[in-house]
Write a protein that binds this ligand. Structure first.
Ligand SMILES: Cc1cc2nc3c(=O)[nH]c(=O)nc-3n(C[C@H](O)[C@H](O)[C@H](O)COP(=O)(O)OP(=O)(O)OC[C@H]3O[C@@H](n4cnc5c(N)ncnc54)[C@H](O)[C@@H]3O)c2cc1C
Length: 385
């Protein structure tokens, strides 16, 4: 094999790609990180609920301290509109300092990119991949740089972390949920007291997450309604939210930073193929219900870094190494995909028998501390928790 220009080329400097690069920082591997955008998506308004296990990963990547202030989630209240059954998950009962933390996607993206600057890796913002050729020996990328010039990069392994935009030319299998998420920050008369609310409504789940003094909203509904809500008058928005959520936080008084995201489950056929591995949303893009996507993406990145760190340099990108990674991630990925897809489907239906079954499921969960403990550990640490 001709000497490659680098060991690993990472396509995408979002949370997954950035975390992979940072996790490999001390490995001595030569890294190139390609990112289509020049500057972080400062305008991306999506709030993120990070699991406690993700906090531990961000600490190891030395990102956590610089992310402050983040808002801890001390409890999660789950209920359904128009049906019985509710459950409260509690950090103290789970013997955790918090069930999770709320922060802005834009803040995490900006910090990750800042850390890629410097001479420890070759970070190329504004780069676009024009062609990918993977052979048994190496992967060769034709890349257009920020200034317009073309360049060829030869690497042992391509890690695709492009969020599912198809950097390496692969189309993902997609199931359109026929839903969109409206995100916003809202103020209410009553304080949230660190409690996150997950409320299932016939149009889709609605989450209100504690975010500083306000709450961060992820409201899943039909795409046309989502578009109308995201751009319509504030009083209409607040009235609609009040009706969908109810009165647990008193009256909603203000809304800002509205955004809208179409929702689909997207899956790569296989997270690994010749000289290529897909992580984060490039491997699986999930419904945002229960906030699992980014948590899973960071676990993908961390575990890939571990597999890469243990392999001899010559074995990087070889089939055995790629299979080892895929096998290691199978259970966690399948669990998160099944959990979020099942929740999105079962809890978005208004059929009376299903509403009743959901009510019994929530009531059973409320009555069973071991079941609640299992759920909290699964959501906090993934399948290996
Ligand atoms: C409304 C909403 C709410 C959510 N809430 C939560 C939550 O509470 N908790 C949670 O865990 N998850 C949540 N998620 C999911 C979470 O945002 C994603 O799982 C996470 O952002 C995935 O990170 P990523 O790095 O894989 O992809 P992305 O965040 O999409 O980053 C991909 C990066 O690759 C770059 N890129 C794209 N194409 C190319 C290319 N061809 N070459 C180079 N670079 C490229 C992009 O510019 C971007 O920087 C939510 C999602 C939505 C839509």
């Amino acid at each position: 094999m001709d000497r490659p220009d680098c060991d690993v080329v990472i396509a995408g400097a979002g949370p997954a790609g950035g975390a992979l690069a940072l996790a490999l920082r001390a490995s001595g591997l030569r890294l190139a990180v390609l990112e289509t955008q020049f500057s972080p998506m400062a305008a991306d308004p999506r709030p993120l609920a990070l699991a406690y296990g993700t906090r531990l990963l961000l600490e190891r990547l030395d990102l956590w301290r610089s992310l402050a202030p983040v808002t801890p989630i001390l409890g999660i209240h789950v209920s359904q509109r128009g049906g019985f059954g509710r459950v409260m998950l509690d950090a103290a009962a789970a013997r955790l300092p918090a069930l999770g933390y709320v922060l802005d996607y834009a803040r995490l993206a900006a910090l990750t990119r800042e850390r890629l600057e410097g001479d420890w890796c070759e970070y190329l913002p504004g780069a676009s991949i024009c062609r990918v050729d993977a052979t048994a020996d190496a992967v060769v990328l034709a890349v257009q740089g920020a200034g317009g010039g073309m360049r060829r990069i030869r690497a042992r392994l391509l890690a695709v972390a492009d969020g599912g935009t198809g950097a390496a030319g692969e189309a993902m299998r997609a199931i359109d949920y026929g839903q969109a998420a409206v995100t916003a920050r809202v103020a209410s008369v009553l304080p949230h007291e660190g409690v996150a609310y997950e409320r299932f409504t016939p149009e889709g789940p609605l989450a209100l997450l504690p975010d500083g003094e306000r709450s961060a909203l992820v409201w899943v509904t039909a795409p046309e309604r989502a578009r109308a809500l995201s751009s319509g008058p504030e009083p209409e928005f607040l009235a609609g939210l009040q009706q969908a959520f109810g009165g647990r936080l008193g009256r909603f008084t203000a809304v800002e930073r509205r955004g809208v995201f179409p929702l689909a489950l997207k899956l790569a056929r296989d997270p690994v193929e010749r000289r290529t591995v897909r992580i984060g949303n490039a491997a699986q893009t999930l419904h945002p219900v229960a906030g699992q996507g980014l948590n899973l993406a960071l676990r993908d990145a961390w575990e890939l870094a571990e597999v890469l760190g243990r392999a001899p340099r010559e074995a990087l990108g070889e089939p055995g190494m790629l299979r080892r990674y895929a096998t290691r991630r199978r259970l966690d990925r399948a669990g998160a995909i099944g959990f979020t897809h099942g929740l999105a489907r079962i809890f978005s239906s208004d059929l009376a028998p299903l509403r009743c079954a959901r009510g019994f499921a929530l009531a059973a969960l409320a009555a069973s501390p071991p079941a609640r403990d299992f759920l909290v550990r699964r959501m906090s640490f993934g399948a290996r928790g």
